[in-house]
Design a protein around this ligand. Structure first.
Ligand code: 5RP
Length: 229
């Protein structure tokens, strides 16, 4: 997505932010554009407080002067703004390309509203072209990854699973866990796959976000498109 489309989506998203709101702050390059705009509003007197979904977002937010708190302090959030890797027509998502899916899902789940900002390349008819990230415990993770494949095969999916590496080193999440990226083709029943994956000991979360999104703001060459359920 060009920076311009990210900025346009972020500019539309900021219209949903009101004084005194408690905000969930997602992760990724699109959210980074939102944080820059939010910081300008804060400097102009907007009174909000944010809960971050990653250490990257924390560092940028702190540098931009956005006041932060924790979810346990505020208990629940009014609104979360986040990005996505894929969005289907039910507004179900694949997230976790940036490796922050566990914290992103905790924050989204505890937010009254979730708005996704993205470009139109993220819209798909069915989820699954993008690999599905799964956050697992590092303890005996190879066993967990075999279990994941066997469970999926038992409901008719085939494919491959790969431990995420960054520059040939194992990628470690902010929570100290590992990510496996799963390729099983198009996912016809995202809800069933989400539940099945999360039933396996060793799996902390997966990147399927079902029934969490309120609306999606798509940045386009000529303005924005808003998709509601
Ligand atoms: C991080 C995410 C991101 O929201 C997702 O990868 C989209 O990122 P970007 O805005 O850079 O395309 O889920 O875990």
């Amino acid at each position: 997505m060009s920076d311009k489309m990210k900025i346009v989506a972020a500019q539309e998203a900021i219209k949903n932010v009101k004084d005194k709101m408690k905000l969930g702050l997602g992760t990724g390059s699109t959210v980074n554009e939102f944080l820059k705009i939010l910081s300008e509003k804060v400097k102009g007197g907007l009174d909000i407080v944010g809960v971050v979904t990653s250490e990257k977002t924390r560092v940028l937010s702190e540098n931009l002067g956005i006041p932060l708190t924790s979810l346990s302090t505020v208990k629940s959030l009014d609104l979360t703004i986040d990005g996505a890797d894929e969005i289907d027509s039910d507004l179900s998502l694949i997230k976790g390309g940036g490796g922050a899916l566990l914290r992103e899902k905790i924050v989204a789940y505890n937010s009254k509203k979730l708005i996704i900002i993205a470009d139109k390349s993220k819209i798909v008819s069915k989820l699954g072209d993008f690999t599905l990230p799964i956050e697992v415990s590092s303890y005996e993770h190879e066993v967990t990854s075999s279990r994941i494949m066997r469970k999926l095969e038992s409901i008719g999916y085939e494919g491959s699973i790969k431990l995420r590496l960054i520059n040939d080193s194992i990628f470690v999440t902010d929570g100290g866990n590992l990510i496996y990226d799963l390729s099983i083709g198009l996912i016809s029943e995202p809800y069933i796959v989400e539940q099945l994956l999360n039933s396996i000991p060793g799996v902390f979360e997966n990147g399927l976000f079902i029934n969490l999104t309120d609306h999606v703001i798509i940045g386009e060459e000529e303005g924005v498109k808003i998709i509601k359920k």
